[in-house]
Design a protein around this ligand. Structure first.
Ligand code: CMP
Length: 587
């Protein structure tokens, strides 16, 4: 049998080496991602070549980007995006334009065509989400206003790149690409291509904002009701990767952007925390492979062959882009420390740059050495990124303490902080309301103290609300059992033989037939306006099956009631309300 194991080999070698070098880097007080990059260099074809299938490594890396962008979306809200848009949109656009022109100028100096320079500049102008997020996480800054601005800025860059990727083939010939490749891609008029692309992106955003928040939580709610963790994790992954893939196919939006919107849609629902927790380990694992694959693609010999070009590229990324970002942020009247922070955050390149270079190469616009230059630029700027943060931190500290204009831009910053805090508060309130609901459930039904919080949450999802006016028969003796009833408010009367038992809020009924598999043993009638939480037969069986303690308590109550009924029957029955039940199982 032919045994194709390149995927397993890539993952295994990638993980093992990344772990070993990541740990080593940590011991040397370097960021672990430097270790991951190094692991890639070691495993890659330019050196030992243990991993031969770079295409697979690239796909795994892309998976890391998708999951990570999904994670970003989960911690973002549409209102956050709008709030930081005022800085991020003009900032990202200005930065892309200026950095692209700088790159073009640089390439022209090397004797490249202006068109090739533009594509090179464009690819150097976008920063990597993976690198940014790792940096923010490490410094615990994801939730701060600075962090939000940087991430918003990146999202705008990503959006711009989606448009660039579509337009590049159309422009290829004008940029000096080989006619055949360029022509094949471009048949429609340029304006139309542009309109269609932007239309698709807008349609995608509109659909995900309009339909997503209804459909996605609905699906997750159903999955959560099954109580299976495995299915829940699977549904989260299916949503993230499914939307990412679907949106790239249908709307031509990038995988990563699709995943970001999938996360954004989920962020508004109360499953966002659970979804984040379930997808985090995978995000981590695959984003490590992202760094490994960058290292693998890197050809160290370029450092000797074209050292000057490499230095120029790195300088453009780390100094040029940082300077532009800083100037734009402060020109928009935000504080100097924010400008420094955003500058450091974006002084690196990554995934989008590789995609653009590969496309430029395919269209014949770029010379082959562009790939190696961009890769060297990525590897070095990623490695040196912590240094950029250190410098930015030091300058910001200096500015805050010593500078006479330290208050510059503070007003705007505080306004943005306030807005983000309000957004966060809304999210927290939603969660608090949910927690209160669960607490109220526990207060009403002491029986539920027998299960832990997670299970109570699951039970909440299983419960179906039902109500009954006074006089309505809720259960008829001899009927088949449909579910177990918890009384949240009101009262019912149970009629067995000649006896009537009153059950009030906090009590439950309808358990006996479910447990024994026989018919209903008594009539139950509402004597007040009642609200019930009903656990349907199937859910009852599954849930009780998983919680033997709860089942035993309910069973005991059923036995007591049965004994009482039998006794009552023997004695010919008597009126009374000596219920062995309402809340006697309280712990
Ligand atoms: P089930 O037999 O499924 O339907 C009727 C319900 O009435 C029964 O479950 C019990 O929950 C409830 N019931 C029966 N006998 C008593 C009792 N003696 N005291 C309180 N509730 C009872």
């Amino acid at each position: 049998m032919h045994h194709e194991v390149s995927l397993i080999t890539t993952v295994a070698i990638g993980f093992v080496l990344a772990f070993a070098f990541g740990y080593l880097a940590d011991r040397l007080r370097l960021p672990p991602l430097v270790g991951y990059l190094f692991a890639g260099i070691v495993a890659g074809p330019s050196t030992a070549g243990m991993i031969s299938d770079i295409a697979i490594a690239n796909q795994l890396a892309e998976m890391g980007v998708i999951l990570l962008m999904f994670g970003v979306g989960l911690h973002f809200s549409a209102s956050d995006l709008l709030a930081v848009g005022r800085v991020a949109i003009p900032g990202a656009i200005a930065q892309i334009v200026i950095a692209t022109l700088l790159g073009a100028g640089l390439a022209v100096l090397w004797g490249w065509s202006f068109g090739a320079g533009l594509v090179l500049g464009l690819s150097l102008s976008v920063a990597s989400t993976v690198v940014l997020l790792k940096a923010l996480e490490e410094r615990n800054l994801v939730e701060t206003a600075d962090g939000r601005i940087a991430v918003g800025w990146l999202i705008v860059e990503d959006l711009a790149m989606v448009v660039a990727l579509v337009l590049l083939p159309a422009f290829a010939e004008a940029l000096g690409g080989s006619g055949a490749a360029a022509h094949a891609a471009d048949e429609a008029p340029l304006a139309l291509t542009l309109a269609i692309t932007i239309g698709k992106v807008v349609a995608f955003a509109a659909i995900s904002v309009a339909i997503g928040p209804k459909v996605v939580p609905w699906v997750l709610g159903h999955v959560a009701r099954t109580g299976s963790r495995e299915l829940f994790t699977l549904s989260v992954l299916a949503i993230a990767l499914g939307i990412a893939y679907g949106s790239s196919k249908v709307f031509g939006v990038s995988f990563a952007l699709g995943a970001f919107f999938a996360g954004l849609v989920l962020a508004e629902s109360r499953f966002s925390h659970k979804a984040a927790a379930e997808s985090l380990p995978l995000q981590d694992a695959f984003s490590v492979l992202f760094f490994v694959s960058v290292g693998m693609l890197f050809d160290p010999s370029i450092l000797i062959r074209e050292p000057l070009e490499v230095i120029c590229v790195v300088a453009l990324i780390m100094l040029g882009k940082a300077a532009i970002a800083f100037l734009v942020v402060t020109a928009l009247r935000f504080p100097v420390p924010t400008g420094l922070f955003v500058a450091a955050s974006l002084a690196q390149i990554g995934e989008f740059s590789f995609i653009l270079v590969a496309l430029g190469l395919g269209l014949g616009v770029l010379p082959t050495e562009a790939t190696n230059l961009v890769l060297a630029g990525a590897l070095l700027s990623i490695t040196l990124n912590p240094l950029a943060f250190m410098v930015a931190d030091a300058l910001a500290r200096h500015w805050r303490t010593d500078h006479p204009r330290a208050a510059f831009g503070r007003e705007r910053y505080h306004a943005l902080e306030g807005e983000l805090a309000r957004n966060r508060q809304r999210g927290e309130e939603r969660e608090k309301a949910h927690a209160l609901e669960i607490q109220a459930l526990l207060d009403t039904f002491p029986l539920l103290a027998l299960i832990d919080e997670r299970d109570r949450e699951e039970l909440m999802l299983l419960f179906r609300p039902r109500s009954a006016p006074p006089g309505q028969r809720v259960i008829r003796r001899g009927d088949r059992a449909d579910g177990m009833y918890f009384i949240s408010s009101g009262a019912v009367e149970v009629k067995v033989a000649r006896r009537t038992i009153r059950l009030e809020a906090g009590a439950f009924f309808g358990e006996m037939a479910l447990l024994s598999g026989s018919r209903r043993s008594a009539d139950v009638t509402a004597v007040d306006y009642c609200q019930f939480l009903v656990l349907e037969r199937r859910d009852f069986n599954v849930f009780m099956g998983r919680h033997p303690g709860l089942r035993a308590a309910v069973n005991e109550m059923a036995n007591q009631r049965r004994a009482m009924n039998e006794q009552g029957g023997e004695q010919g029955g008597e009126q009374g309300d000596d219920d062995p039940g309402a809340a006697s199982v309280a712990t």
